[in-house]
Design a protein around this ligand. Structure first.
Ligand code: PLP
Length: 450
């Protein structure tokens, strides 16, 4: 098994960092200027975490490619961390949005597009009723509120190292088996021990022990974890977990925001899951802000029994712009024309191609790494076997290695997703795009290991 020479890794990273700065003078200028008006020089704090010394500023993005302020073209395997899994600005969505933008953007009144979208979601996910928010974070927060309200239970259950957006209760991990704030948790409003139970993914005994307290309103889960590597469930995991949830009176909220990569109906349709509620954001409007949450007939009835007309505007589920006409027209065009079976048939084989190329390279260099796939999403992690839970995956993190590999490919025209080694395919991604990554990945490893 090859052992990485960490000194060499440092030197190579320094070389790539210098090249990045030298080749992006215009982005460097813009970043300097941004220091004067944007906190930290970026519009959102996590944009500082890209592999280079500053983020590259973008001028244009279409399909699977974008161009930066220095005029360089990139293959985009990040695709806005799923927001642009549809490809950047698909024509059909851009045209529908442009039309709607001239005809009224937000009214606090419904448009017919909302019904089209509800009907489509009903078919995709086999849940009858839908509501809209601006972000998947909000859709998760509102689903949790509803679960607490209708079960009258105080706690939620999530998986160790999950990510569901900036939802307070989910910003927690296990510390020697005890729930505590996740590292870096900024100003937690309450100790998550009070709100949250956490178990490792794929551990049914731990799940049952946690549910046995009869105080868990809901399990909020990605059907396959996608934010700490890709972690697939054991073959019988969800059948058993669903039974446990029912037995102990906890609802199951499935967050398909990333796992929609598994197919047009996400893992829910692929694996015939039967969640009580379902959340789907990011790609649903091709990147136009919007998200949705849906529920079963039974949950709908329980909601109606507890939420009254007089209070429904101030009950903690809201958002003035939620369900606006522009978001809904973007969702309609996206669902009707982009997130289709035909497009998934193009995207999934490309992710297989990515996996095959990366797996062969890892093997050739004798590295104890693996690559995993879920539909049109693929990701490699720095451990021999695909991780089975968040703890295993987090333990294999290698920040320095990640930055080297990301910067190496970025300097040569391929963007990976920051904060993990994820590659996503859109309908416009080509085999040549994937082969470009495979070649660069192989070159980066050759330089490191020879
Ligand atoms: C599974 C999952 N759910 C929800 C979210 C939150 O999405 P947003 O940041 O758009 O609210 C994310 C974000 O990465 C996510 O990965």
């Amino acid at each position: 098994m090859t052992i990485i020479n960490r000194d060499k890794l440092k030197l190579l990273h320094q070389r790539e960092a210098a090249r990045f700065v030298a080749e992006h003078p215009r982005s460097a200028d813009l970043y300097r200027r941004a220091q004067g008006s944007l906190l930290g020089g970026v519009p959102m704090n996590w944009m500082k975490k890209w592999a280079g010394e500053f983020p590259i500023f973008v001028t244009h993005a279409k399909g699977a490619h974008f161009t930066c302020a220095d005029g360089k073209d990139y293959v985009d395997l990040c695709l806005g961390d799923t927001g642009a899994m549809t490809g950047h600005s698909p024509d059909v969505v851009a045209e529908a949005v442009a039309r709607r933008a001239r005809e009224g953007i937000t009214l606090m009144l419904p448009t017919e597009d909302a019904i089209f979208v509800g009907e489509d979601l009903k078919k995709r996910f086999a849940l009858p009723y839908w509501q809209f928010t601006l972000t998947a974070t909000d859709a998760n927060r509102f689903s949790i509120r509803i679960a607490r309200e209708i079960t009258q239970r105080p706690k939620i259950l999530v998986y160790h190292y999950c990510y569901h957006g900036t939802v307070d209760e989910t910003f927690a991990t296990l510390h020697d088996g005890v729930v505590g704030p996740r590292r870096g948790n900024i100003g937690p409003p309450v100790d998550p021990l009070e709100t949250t139970r956490i178990v490792e993914f794929n551990d049914l005994n731990a799940l049952e022990d946690a549910l046995k307290h009869n105080d868990v309103a809901c399990i909020l889960a990605e059907p396959a974890m996608t934010n700490v590597g890709i972690i697939l469930p054991d073959p019988d995991y969800w059948r058993n977990a669903q039974q446990l949830a029912k037995r102990y009176g906890s609802l199951l909220i499935v967050d398909e925001t990333h796992s929609i990569c598994a197919g047009p109906g996400g893992c829910t349709a692929e694996w015939k899951l039967e969640p009580d509620m379902l959340v789907f954001g990011k790609a649903i409007g091709s990147g136009i802000p919007g998200a949705t949450y849906g529920c079963s007939e039974e949950i709908a009835q329980r909601i109606s029994a507890r939420i009254h007309l007089e209070d429904c505007d101030v009950g903690g589920i809201g958002g003035t712009l939620a369900g606006n006409a522009l978001s809904l027209v973007a969702m309609r065009a996206t669902l009707e024309h982009i997130l289709t079976t035909a497009n998934f048939k193009k995207m999934v084989p490309l992710a297989e191609r990515f996996n095959d190329g990366v797996a062969a390279t890892i093997k050739k260099h004798g590295l104890p790494w693996n690559v995993q796939r879920l539909g049109c999403r693929a990701e490699y992690t720095f451990c021999q076997q695909p991780p089975r839970n968040g703890g295993e995956s987090a333990a294999a993190a290698d920040f320095e290695m990640e930055r080297y590999l990301h910067l190496y490919t970025l300097n040569r025209g391929v963007l990976l997703t920051p904060f993990h080694n994820m590659a996503l395919m859109c309908p416009d991604t080509t085999a040549a795009d994937i082969d470009q990554h495979t070649l660069l990945f192989a070159e980066a490893l050759s330089e490191l290991t020879t």
